[in-house]
Structure formats: structure tokens, C-alpha cells
Design a protein around this ligand. Structure first.
Ligand code: CP3
Length: 343
């Protein structure tokens, strides 16, 4: 590794001593940055995701502008679902839409397990290009099977997950078969990202928090465990983030992940006491970035204090940065974490 490479983030993932607490922000490349808006003004979101040069540009924006300690590949968790054969488009107001939802055996049988290099080569190309530019580690990612299944079954975003839970409870074999196929796809997809040069892998389980712990244990967790076990030989740190997952934390600790992402609904000290020798990532409320500077710095100081017994701590938001957040506020938070945690 060359001398100017900043590996603080990777050290924290592994529970090694660091000079300061590293920070990155979920959704750090995105609409709150005018520089992103400018690139996005000329292309649709999916065109952007499939253009490696533009993906490199927007991935680097927060690294250059905000000085975060890790980059996250610019893409979307739904890209490999489209590669499985589910038509996908992004609606400007309503978000992702799958116009042909997967609710029957016939629909499931039509999905393929794609070769990631062949069907999502643009993602791997983005990773290879980024590694030539970056002086901080590159995080690759996927969705977790349950979260991906909700989009395929509902046909887009949902609030109540009626179709998903209906399938889980009335057609469990079909639900498990879909989860199995998504998991096969995800394993190959993350292995390909590792080969292309990703230096850590995050699995986003944005909707795990809508499940009762017993249903999470039966219908979602085994697939995350399988994926993580298949990634062990990459040697990369694996981060598992279950949004709204405070009640699932003890179960999440059995996924095999090196790092557990935390949303803001749990006190970080309480979380640390539940996860054992495992690093944590989080967990300031993304809206707390709106606090006046002195209050924001105080909140960050308190969070750092609460995390001081952590096996390892990576500072992050408890979920993605909101699109109307002033970038200056993000910068204040990042500088404060660096300054207040310096050892
Ligand atoms: O900077 C980064 O974090 C990397 C890029 C990234 C995006 N999406 C870009 C994006 C990552 C890691 C994701 C993950 C993702 N995508 C998740 C998991 C994280 C989470 O937020 O819980 C989910 C659930 C999705 C699915 C998705 N993509 C939705 C529901 C939406 C619409 C809602 C929204 O915020 O607009 C997207 C679109 C999306 N993904 C945007 C970006 C920058 C906005 C697209 C635009 O430019 O219009």
C-alpha cells in the first residue's frame, strides 16, 4: 500500500488502534451535493449507474469535498435485481418501480442468476477505475436478500409490506425460493466486487426492522449468514446494516459480520454492550446535521464518548444523508469527528 493511503477505516473495521475515529456517510454521493446534481442533470439515475466514468466522478465528490475516510461505490442495491431479469425504472417522485413484481413460481422461474462480470460489468469497471484514483478505502455493497425481496415482491417501495408478508406467511416455500435465488446472485455479485478491488463490503438491510425477531431469524437471517460465510475467503471486512434494527442486534451479531451498522434509535453504548468483539458503525440521526454548530459538535463529542469502549468504531449517520442537508453541515460534522477523536 502506498505511503499516502489512509487505511484508518479498515483498521477500525478490524478493531485495530487508530489515530482518530474514521467517518463516512451513508448516501454520501447524492442529491444534497450541487456537484452531483450537475452530473445528474444530464442523465437519468439508471444511465448514471451504468456509466463507469460518471460513477467514478460522483463517488469521488464527497471524498474530495468533505474529506471522508472511505469511499462507497456509486451504484444502487437494485442494479443486480435488474440483471436477474426484473425490469426496473426509477420514477422521479416515487423512487424505484418493478412493473412486473415477483409473486408467483412462474415469475420466480423466469429470473436468472446472472454472471456479475457479464451483466453488471459496469459496476466492476467502476471499482477498477476508482482503485486507481482513491487514497481512502473503497466500500462495495449489496442489498440484503430480505430488503431486495421486498422491492421485487411489492414492485417498488412500500410502507406496510402487505405482499411480502402475505407471501412469507401463506407461501413460505415460494418466499424461501426467492430468497435463495437472490442470495445466490448476491454472493456472486459481492465476490466479483472483491475481485475487482473493493476493500470492504456493506450489506444494506433497509427493511429488516419491519420483521418480528422470530421472523427475522426464520426468513432473513439465514441468508445473510450464508452470504457472509461465502465471503470469508475474500478477507475483506463485512459490514451488516439492519436499519431500524435495534431489536435485532443480538441476532445480527450472529451474521458473521465484522462490523454492525447502527441506526440512531439506539444508544451506542447499549449497542456496544450487546455485540461483543465486533466493531460498530454509526449512529447519529441524519437530521441532527441540521443542529447549530456548537450543538452538533457537542452531540458528536457525546457519541464518541459513548463509543469509547467499542471494539472498533466507524462514525456514520444512522441512515442515509437527507437530500436537503446543506453540505456545509456535513463538513462541520466530519471535521468535528476528526478533531474531537484525535488520540
Ligand atoms: O453514496 C452512496 O451511499 C452510494 C450510492 C447508493 C445509492 N443507493 C445511490 C442512490 C447506495 C449505497 C444506495 C443503496 C440503496 N438504494 C438502498 C439501501 C440504503 C438505504 O437508503 O436504506 C436502498 C433501499 C436503495 C433503493 C433506492 N434507490 C431507493 C428507495 C431510491 C429512491 C429514494 C431516493 O432517495 O430517491 C433510490 C435512488 C437513489 N439511490 C439515489 C441515489 C443517489 C437518488 C437518485 C437520484 O439521483 O434521483
Amino acid at each position: 500500500m502506498n505511503a499516502s493511503f489512509n487505511d484508518t477505516f479498515l483498521k477500525a473495521c478490524r478493531g485495530e488502534k487508530t489515530d482518530y475515529t474514521p467517518i463516512w456517510m451513508m448516501r454520501q454521493a447524492g442529491r444534497y451535493l450541487p456537484e452531483y446534481q450537475k452530473v445528474r442533470g444530464n442523465v437519468t439515475f439508471l444511465e448514471l449507474c451504468k456509466n463507469p466514468e460518471l460513477c467514478v466522478e460522483v463517488t469521488l465528490q464527497p471524498v474530495d469535498i468533505l474529506r471522508v475516510d472511505a469511499a462507497i461505490l456509486f451504484s444502487d442495491i437494485l442494479i443486480p435485481m435488474e440483471a436477474m431479469g426484473a425490469p426496473l425504472y426509477f420514477h422521479e417522485g416515487r423512487g424505484p418501480i418493478f412493473p412486473e413484481p415477483i409473486r408467483t413460481t412462474e415469475a420466480l422461474n423466469k429470473l436468472i442468476v446472472p454472471d456479475p462480470d457479464e451483466h453488471t460489468g459496469f459496476v466492476m469497471e467502476t471499482i477498477r477505475l476508482l482503485r486507481q484514483e482513491l487514497k481512502v478505502p473503497l466500500i462495495g455493497f449489496s442489498g440484503a436478500p430480505f430488503t431486495l425481496a421486498t422491492y421485487l415482491i411489492e414492485g417498488g417501495s412500500s410502507k406496510v409490506f402487505w405482499e411480502t408478508k402475505k407471501m412469507m406467511f401463506t407461501q413460505p416455500a415460494l418466499f424461501h425460493a426467492l430468497m435463495d435465488k437472490i442470495s445466490q446472485c448476491t454472493i456472486l455479485y459481492l465476490q466479483a466486487q472483491a475481485r475487482a478491488g473493493a476493500q470492504a463490503l456493506q450489506i444494506f438491510d433497509s427493511w429488516a426492522g419491519v420483521l418480528a425477531p422470530c421472523d427475522f431469524a426464520e426468513f432473513a437471517l439465514p441468508y445473510v449468514q450464508r452470504i457472509i460465510s461465502k465471503l470469508q475467503d475474500t478477507g475483506l471486512p463485512i459490514i451488516y446494516f439492519a436499519n431500524n434494527g435495534a431489536t435485532l442486534l443480538k441476532l445480527s451479531a450472529t451474521t458473521g459480520a465484522d462490523v454492525l451498522g447502527l441506526d440512531w434509535r439506539i444508544n451506542i453504548g447499549d449497542a456496544i454492550r450487546q455485540v461483543g468483539d465486533r466493531a460498530v458503525q454509526g449512529n447519529i440521526d441524519p437530521f441532527a446535521l441540521l443542529l447549530p454548530k456548537d450543538k452538533l459538535r457537542q452531540r458528536i463529542a457525546d457519541l464518541l464518548e459513548g463509543a469509547k469502549e467499542a471494539y472498533g468504531h466507524i462514525f456514520n449517520l444512522g441512515h442515509g444523508i437527507h437530500q436537503f442537508t446543506p453540505p456545509e453541515q456535513a463538513k462541520i460534522a466530519i471535521d468535528a469527528v476528526h478533531e474531537l477523536s484525535a488520540r
